[in-house]
Design a protein around this ligand. Structure first.
Ligand SMILES: [Zn+2]
Length: 91
């Protein structure tokens, strides 16, 4: 199940600020390194893709969506179901 901007509009998502690394235009393509605030995966995004439809987290199991304003979105249902296996027993 992937997060979409439609879900964001329906307020089904949790919003977290993501950390963006250095802007890189060495190869004539403007990319930026992002760290997913939900799963800590490193994702490289084209700046135009962020400004357009958003960028998907590189972690297939995460499915978070990066927007162009420093915010990432993920379905609340995905966050809670994903955490149960990893942290439920410890808590
Ligand atoms: Zn992620």
């Amino acid at each position: 199940m992937k997060t979409t901007f439609n879900d964001v509009g329906l307020k089904l998502t949790e919003t977290r600020k993501y950390a963006a690394g250095a802007y890189d235009s060495r190869h004539g393509k403007s990319t930026i390194d992002l760290t997913c605030p939900f799963c800590d995966a490193d994702t490289t995004a084209y700046v135009w893709s962020l400004a357009g439809g958003g960028k998907r987290c590189a972690n297939e199991d995460c499915g978070a969506l990066f927007g162009s304003w420093g915010c990432a979105y993920k379905l609340k249902s995905m966050i809670h179901s994903g955490n149960e296996d990893d942290q439920g027993r410890a808590a």
